[in-house]
Design a protein around this ligand. Structure first.
Ligand code: FAD
Length: 295
């Protein structure tokens, strides 16, 4: 097995317009590189053989992480996983980001790996695409024809397939604010800590007066792309959290997925994992203060 990439040239432009020019000049033979944490292994295995690498690291605007006056979080595509985890404002107001990102690989990879790289790589088991779907994030894509916005649920199209078109780049992601009635939970199963999930679930529950008034679910690592499955939680609304309700949610979700099979897990095993992950993610979100309610 070869573990050396094929020959390539490298450029580090300082503006997005330069990126577009290079992508056009080397049409089909150029590849954007962000943190290189997915692309470089693929190049070493010669699964990707770009002739030109266009590094986004020289464009400071792509590394911006800021909260707008109206409370929206804007994250440039080049913000690393580690940077999210060290930002106190993000951890306070978007606690689900702090809950999920420690599951992404290992610290060394989180130091270089980026939001944009993870989204654009399009791995169905990656956490960011599922998390963006759960949080109703919006992606801004830009190319020579201008900018366009894509909702997170329209971004992932399949295994390593996304809404990013030839010649485009992901510029930033916008996360809406959430009030304190929302609680968040996640559960994933992987063979080792830091490995990609064999299956996982992310949940948002909105509680008022001890009763669930809104509920969101995303299942990932199971099908070709993450899937929002709020309907599978609809029986929970108007009720306090309950063991029986959460168990049924796991079963409903498992009945309605079409799991893929691969080297790592069979479809049947993934379906079983959905039951466990959904139920545990719900309890993670409900928290211990509800553990005695309506059992
Ligand atoms: P790169 O590798 O540089 O790029 C990835 C792809 O996205 C390339 O095709 C590139 O052309 C494209 N791209 C990058 N940025 C843009 C942009 N702004 N616009 C358009 N296209 C762009 N990830 C998880 O989610 N969960 C895990 O458990 C996990 N485990 C891992 C374990 C290991 C051992 C390794 C090596 C990686 C793991 N990863 C995991 C992947 C890791 O999270 C990477 O950080 C992530 O895939 C993105 O990498 P990157 O930012 O370095 O992007």
């Amino acid at each position: 097995m070869r573990l050396k990439p094929s020959a390539f040239s490298y450029r580090r432009p300082t503006s997005v317009n330069e990126v577009f020019s290079l992508l056009r000049e080397y049409a089909g033979d150029a590849k954007i590189i962000a943190g290189g944490q997915s692309l470089v292994p693929a190049m070493n295995l010669r699964l990707a053989t770009p002739k030109m690498l266009v590094d986004l690291g020289g464009i400071p605007a792509l590394s911006e992480l800021r909260v707008s006056e109206s409370g929206y979080l804007y994250a440039g595509a080049m913000v690393t996983h580690g940077r999210f985890l060290s930002d106190p404002l993000v951890l306070r107001d978007w606690p689900m980001i702090g809950k999920v990102l420690p599951h992404v690989a290992h610290e060394a990879i989180r130091t270089r790996g980026t939001l944009g790289g993870s989204l654009c790589h399009g791995d169905p088991a990656a956490e960011w695409p599922a998390l963006c779907m759960l949080l109703d994030a919006r992606m801004t894509l830009c190319g020579l024809e201008g900018k366009r916005e894509v909702a997170a649920h329209e971004f992932s199209l399949g295994v390593y397939e996304t809404a990013v078109r030839e010649g485009e780049l992901l510029e930033k992601v916008c996360f809406p604010p959430f009030d304190t009635e929302w609680r968040w939970g996640c559960c994933e199963v992987s063979r080792r800590q830091g490995d990609f999930a064999l299956a996982g679930a992310m949940v948002g529950l909105r509680l008022r007066g001890g009763v669930l008034i809104d509920a969101r679910l995303v299942v990932f690592g199971v099908e070709d792309k993450p899937r929002r499955m709020d309907a599978e939680l609809s029986h929970l609304l108007g009720q306090p959290p309950s063991i029986s309700g959460f168990s049924r949610a796991g079963l409903f979700a498992a009945m309605n997925v079409s799991p893929r099979a691969d080297l790592h897990a069979s479809a049947d095993f993934r379906q079983d994992l959905v039951i466990v992950c959904v139920e545990r993610a719900l309890w993670d979100a409900a928290g211990t203060e509800f553990s005695g309610v309506a059992r």
